[in-house]
Design a protein around this ligand. Structure first.
Ligand SMILES: CC(C)(COP(=O)(O)OP(=O)(O)OC[C@H]1O[C@@H](n2cnc3c(N)ncnc32)[C@H](O)[C@@H]1OP(=O)(O)O)[C@@H](O)C(=O)NCCC(=O)NCCS
Length: 165
C-alpha cells in the first residue's frame, strides 16, 4: 500500500532500503528516545528490514521525499488490544523541523480512518521529546498521563507522556 501526500510518498520498506535507512538508524541523535538502540552496523538495519511487515491492523512505511526520491524516515500505525491505534515515526536528522513527521502521521491516520471509520488513537513519547509531543498534538491528540517505557534491550528507561484522541 502506498499513500501520497504533498511532499511525501509513504510506501513499504524493502531490504534495498538498508543503506538509506542506516543514515538514521545508525544516528544516535535519532535513536535517543526510540525503543531501538542505535544500529552499530548496516547489518542490524538489514535484520530489522527483514522483519518489518504490514497486516490489516499494522501498517509500516518508509517515507520518501518526492522532490528527490530519497528515503528520509520510517514509521507506522497499528491497532493494539486495547482498541487504540498507535502511531510512531523517526526521520533522518537533517530532515527534522520541516513538518515531515506531522505530514506523514496525519496521512497514516487518515488512511486508517478511511478504512475503519471512527478510530481511537493513542501515542506516547519521552517526556523530554518536545518535538515528538508537538507532532502528536498537531495530529489532534491531547495529553492524558505520564508513563514509562523501556527500550527493546532493556538498557534505556524513559519517563513518557501519553496522548489520546
Ligand atoms: C520527532 C521527529 C520525528 C519530529 O520530526 P519533524 O519532521 O521535525 O517534526 P515536524 O516538523 O512535523 O514537527 C515538529 C514540531 O515540533 C517543534 N519542535 C521541534 N523541536 C522542538 C523543541 N526542541 N522544542 C519545542 N518544539 C520543538 C517544531 O517547531 C515543530 O512544530 P511547528 O510545526 O509548530 O513549528 C524527529 O525529531 C525525529 O525523527 N526524532 C527522532 C526520533 C523520535 O524521537 N521519534 C519519536 C519517538 S516517540
Amino acid at each position: 500500500m502506498t499513500i501520497t501526500t504533498e511532499r511525501l510518498l509513504l510506501r513499504p520498506l524493502t531490504l534495498d532500503d538498508a543503506e538509506a535507512a542506516f543514515e538514521w538508524t545508525g544516528d544516535e541523535r535519532v535513536a535517543k528516545y526510540m525503543i531501538y538502540s542505535t544500529h552499530e552496523s548496516i547489518e542490524t538495519t538489514k535484520e530489522w528490514l527483514r522483519t518489518v511487515k504490514s497486516t490489516d491492523t499494522q501498517f509500516e512505511f518508509g517515507f520518501v521525499r518526492k522532490s528527490d526520491g530519497k528515503l528520509i524516515g520510517s514509521g507506522g500505525i497499528r491497532l493494539y488490544d486495547d482498541g487504540f491505534w498507535e502511531f510512531g515515526y523517526n526521520f533522518r536528522y537533517d530532515c527534522w523541523g520541516m513538518g515531515y513527521a506531522t505530514e506523514a502521521s496525519k496521512a497514516m491516520i487518515d488512511n486508517v480512518r478511511s478504512r475503519y471509520g471512527d478510530i481511537r488513537l493513542k501515542a506516547e513519547c519521552a517526556a523530554e521529546n518536545t518535538a515528538s509531543a508537538h507532532v502528536i498534538e498537531k495530529c489532534g491528540l491531547h495529553f492524558v498521563s505520564f508513563g514509562e517505557y523501556q527500550s527493546y534491550d532493556g538498557l534505556k528507561t524513559f519517563r513518557s507522556k501519553k496522548f489520546e484522541l
